[in-house]
Design a binder for this molecule. Structure first.
Ligand code: NAD
Length: 468
């Protein structure tokens, strides 16, 4: 198992403190990773600066070939990559394989996009050409929930726009990212893509470095705020993809047989550890009992266990701190009158397991509803007036995603237009698209990712005014 950094195309051991990587299904240490020293972070950035001098001129054809090779290698190594993801992150192997395949497809989609050159006819008669030029060195900092996929969401747009990039994965899940950066390095010149390892301290050194032109960050709102304040002196471009507390609104005319599986699939995707998972479910009183019963049946049918076990459909929480947080939210909700309506399944004794948990008899004003649980527990709240629910839920400090579940699409679209979130899904939730901008409002983020618009945030605009 490789635990080295990759700097300037070379695999090197970190020179600072050791961190344990723990398998959340067994609580066993699976690797010890040495963190990057401040000097090594600087080395990676200087290597990126040097590499940028030639990488910024790579031809589109050569870039497309490199992406095609990277995607092919990822597919060829799907089994090993998925096993690493399951070992370090916990998710069932099938979901890890989906994460790897999804990453390869994402690369192919980005490769197919063309960076535009816009021509503007100025009223005075001159022509203006607007180019999108690369920025230089991008710093990328990634979380532990979808470690491989989110690294691809950062690294590939940076490279596609001809920047060089240095990533720091979460200290909880560095292994699959190291492997990804090794694969990328087979197909790009040295220094173009590096990885440094360690905790938030290393993240701070990387994101605050004066030679970094842009920081792309996915993680908690608190860390995002720190990164933003560190970017002020050198006026870095910053994109923050942060936490959420997504609302799902089930209207009286929803097709319950169709939507129950989809609602469960979103709320409990990756054991609920997904930024844009459905995290608060509001159901119209006329269909509340029926939908709740269906969700309970789906939850109780899950097989909770280690992700490497082929029977498992539901993995552990990734780390102890998050496990304690989720258990605390459940205990608090029950103390305030909440009712757990799912079965108390037998779960493995070791490991950070919490069975999928549905909680009723709760309302706004308790932590399970108001905060981001980021784990396998869903509060279900009854409503009678949709206008009241929208007004209440819009008061949230978060604004990542939301959903409306209805067979009346026009009505659902009208309701969607009143939700204060960067994305609203109708009859689905959390199914992200590489083609559409994705980003949070309020404390859920700054800027956005994906689609051509997200890609262009990795560039400077340069307008060339031509007078004959
Ligand atoms: P986190 O903020 O604790 O850590 C994220 C990364 O930031 C890690 O690599 C960590 O080492 C690093 N870091 C910590 N302190 C830092 C500092 N001061 N400077 C620079 N880097 C620092 O988040 P997490 O617990 O890994 O992830 C869970 C959170 O991420 C949840 O809130 C979730 O909603 C959010 N998330 C958001 C999205 C999205 O696209 N909006 C996607 C996935 C996860």
């Amino acid at each position: 198992m490789n635990t080295n950094l990759v700097i300037n195309g070379v695999s090197v051991q970190g020179q600072a403190a050791l961190t344990d990587v723990i398998n959340p299904a067994t609580e066993e240490v699976i690797a010890q990773v040495a963190s990057a020293s401040a000097e090594q972070v600087d080395d990676a950035i200087q290597a990126a600066k040097t590499a940028f001098k030639t990488w910024k001129n790579i031809s589109d054809a050569d870039l497309a070939q490199a992406f095609s090779n990277i995607a092919a290698d990822i597919r060829a190594e799907n089994a090993e990559l998925a096993e690493l993801i399951t070992l370090e992150q916990g998710k069932p192997l099938g979901l890890a394989q989906f994460e790897v395949e999804g990453g390869a497809s994402w690369i192919e989609y980005l490769s197919s996009l063309e960076i535009p050159v816009e021509t503007i006819a100025d009223p005075s008669g001159k022509t203006i050409k607007v180019y999108n030029r690369p920025l230089g060195v991008v710093a990328s900092i990634t979380p532990w929930n979808w470690p491989f996929m989110i690294a691809i969401w950062h690294l590939i747009p940076a490279l596609k726009t001809k920047n060089c990039v240095v990533n720091k994965p979460s200290e909880y899940t560095p292994l699959s990212t190291i492997r990804l950066v090794e694969i990328i390095n087979r197909h790009v010149p040295k220094g173009v893509c590096s990885v440094v390892l360690g905790t938030g301290e290393v993240g701070g050194a990387l994101s605050g470095h004066p030679d970094v032109a842009k920081v792309t960050f996915t993680g908690s709102t608190r860390t995002g705020q720190r990164i933003l304040s560190n970017s002020v002196d050198s006026l870095k471009s910053v994109v923050l993809e942060l936490g959420g507390n997504d609302v799902g609104l089930v209207l009286e005319d929803a097709d319950l047989d169709v939507v129950a599986e989809r609602i469960f699939g979103s709320a409990f995707l990756n054991a609920g550890q997904t930024c844009a998972a459905l995290k608060r479910l509001y159901v119209h009183e006329s269909v509340y009992d029926q939908l709740t019963e269906k969700l309970v049946n789906i939850a109780n049918a899950q097989v909770v266990g280690a992700g490497l076990n082929p029977e498992t459909t539901f993995g552990p929480i990734q780390n102890k701190a998050q496990y304690e947080k989720v258990k605390g939210l459940i205990t608090d909700a029950v103390a305030k009158g909440g009712q757990i309506i799912t079965a108390q399944q037998n779960i493995p004794e070791k490991g950070y397991f919490v069975a999928p948990t549905l909680v009723t008899n709760v309302d706004n004003g308790i932590a399970l509803v108001d905060e981001e649980q980021f784990g396998p527990v869903l509060p279900i709240i009854k409503f009678s007036d949709v206008n009241e629910v929208i007004a209440q839920t819009n008061q949230s400090e978060f604004g990542l995603g939301g959903s409306v579940w209805s067979t009346d699409i026009a009505k659902a679209e009208e309701i969607a237009s009143r939700m204060e979130t960067g994305t609203v899904w109708i009859n689905s939730h959390s199914d992200l698209s590489p083609a559409a901008p994705f980003g949070g409002w309020k404390t859920s983020g700054l800027g956005f990712s994906f689609g051509l618009d997200g890609l262009l945030l990795f560039t400077h605009k340069q307008a060339i005014h031509i007078t004959q």
